[in-house]
Design a protein around this ligand. Sequence first.
Ligand code: ZN
Length: 323
Amino acid sequence: MTDLCRAPARLLTLVLVSSAAAWTPPAAAAGQASPESYAILKGIVKFGNRHAGASKRGLAVDRLARLLSKRGLETEKVSFESPDPRTGRMWPMTNIVARFRPEASCRFLLGSHFDARHEAEMDPDPARKTKPIAGANDSGSGVAVLVALASRFRETVPKGVGVDVVLFDGEEMGYPDVGGYCAGSRQFAGALTSRPSAGTRTSLPIPKFGIVLDMVASPKSVFKVESYSQEAHPSLVSTLWEIGTRRMPAAFSRERLGWIRDDHFPLIGAGVPSVLVIGYNDPRWHTAADVFEGLSPERLALVEGLLEEFMKDKLSSFLGGCP
Ligand SMILES: [Zn+2]
C-alpha cells in the first residue's frame, strides 16, 4: 500500500467539481429539520481545535471518546505517533475505537476522521493559508452523525450484530505534493491485519464491511460515487445510493467522483470492503470558512436517516450469513 492516502487527484477533482454550475439546495428537508447530529456537531466544534499540535487537543479527544462511551459503547483510545511528511516531526495521535456489542463476532464498521486540517491552504487570503481550520464540516460532521447513530444502535442494529465506530486521527496530516494522509486509518488497518497485542481489542474481529463519512453537512454537497468504493463493494454502493436518492434526489448522484484515498482506502487494503460517503464539492473545504455556521441540518438529517434505514432494513444481507 502506498503511504499516500489522499493524493493530488483529490485537489484536481475538487477544482473540477467546484467549477460546475452552482447547485441550489431543495426547499424540503429529508427527515428531521434539526437532527441530533446537528446539536452534537455544535458541541464538537466548541471542544476547540483538533488539528495536530493544538493546545487543548487531548481534552477534545477525551470529550469525543466520552460522547461514545456515554452512549454505551466500549470505548478505547489507541495512541500512536505519525510524522508530518513535510518536516518529519513526529506527532502524537489517537484513534478512538468504540464498540457496540463488543462480544459479537458479526460486525461492521462506521468511521470518520476527527482531526481538523492544520493549515487552510485553499483559503483565498494568503495570511490565512498557514492557519489551522475549525473543520466543522471536514471532520466534525461525520463524527457528529456517527455519535447520533450510536444513541440508537439498540433500536436500529439487528440482534447479534456489533458495530465498530472508529474516529480516525491524522487523516489531514499530509500535503497534496507529498501525500502522507490518513495516518489513523493506516494504523487501524495495520492493527487489523496483525496479531492482537496484549491489552487491546482493536485487532479482532475483522468487520464485514465499512462505511466512512467525510464532509456530510455542506448545504451544497452532492454525494457522488467514489471509485475505490465502487470497486470494493458495488452492492453496498448501490444500496446506499438507492436510499439516498429516494430520500433527497438532488443530493445524490450516481455519477463517478474519481479515485479518492480517504480513510476507507486503508480499510479496503486490510480486507474490509469499504465505501466513502463524501460531499466533495464544499466551497469551504480547507479554508478558514469551514465553521459551524452555515452548515446544513437537512444534510445531516439526510445522512443520519440514510444510515438508520440501511441498518434497520438492509444490513442483514451484507453480513455474509452471520450472526
Ligand atoms: Zn480535509
